[in-house]
Ligand binder design. Structure first.
Ligand SMILES: Nc1ncnc2c1ncn2[C@@H]1O[C@H](COP(=O)(O)OP(=O)(O)O)[C@@H](O)[C@H]1O
Ligand SMILES: [Mg+2]
Length: 146
């Protein structure tokens, strides 16, 4: 939730974020933290069955996808989901590998994994937009000097 909130403060329209990790790794929870911080006061449901959930908040359109149930990547095109990836949208994608090779590349890749009772997280920028975002997160979360 905290990492999601830190990311929310740095996002600009046209950003694509991939969320990677096994079932239960915390992908939806991170998105929930992000959307809460962005101003969403309603429910943030997992899009497992709907494929996509729209959250229009703070003048931005966030599209939250979950491709877990795809049997073949072509289902991404068949469902017309490529039309959501515009310069105005912020797209948050769970199970991006299920829609490869059709999915636009990620500005930011977030990999989550379970470690004991908590989680490990890795954030990797894939574009200039992603690097700017991560630089903002880093400068907003630096511990005070010793
Ligand atoms: N950082 C965390 N530490 C501990 N538990 C977490 C963390 N992130 C998520 N969880 C818990 O793990 C479970 C699965 O989280 P969820 O976000 O639905 O995973 P995913 O979307 O990756 O399948 C939920 O019960 C959630 O509360
Ligand atoms: Mg999920």
């Amino acid at each position: 939730m905290a990492v999601g909130a830190q990311l929310a403060a740095q996002l600009v329209p046209g950003t694509v974020i991939w969320l990677e990790g096994d079932l239960g790794a915390g992908k939806t929870t991170l998105v929930r933290g992000l959307l809460r911080a962005a101003g969403e006061t309603g429910a943030v449901k997992s899009p497992t069955y709907t494929l996509v959930e729209l959250h229009a908040v703070s003048g931005l359109n966030f599209y939250h996808f979950d491709f877990y149930r795809f049997n073949a990547p072509e289902e991404y095109l068949d469902a017309g989901l490529d039309e959501y990836f515009t310069e105005d949208a912020i797209c948050l994608v769970e199970w991006p590998d299920k829609a490869a090779p059709y999915l636009p590349p990620a500005d930011l890749r977030i990999a989550l994994s379970v470690v004991d009772a908590g989680r490990s997280i890795e954030l990797v920028a894939g574009s200039e937009k992603g690097r700017t975002c991560l630089a903002g997160v880093r400068s907003s979360s630096l511990p005070p000097p010793a």
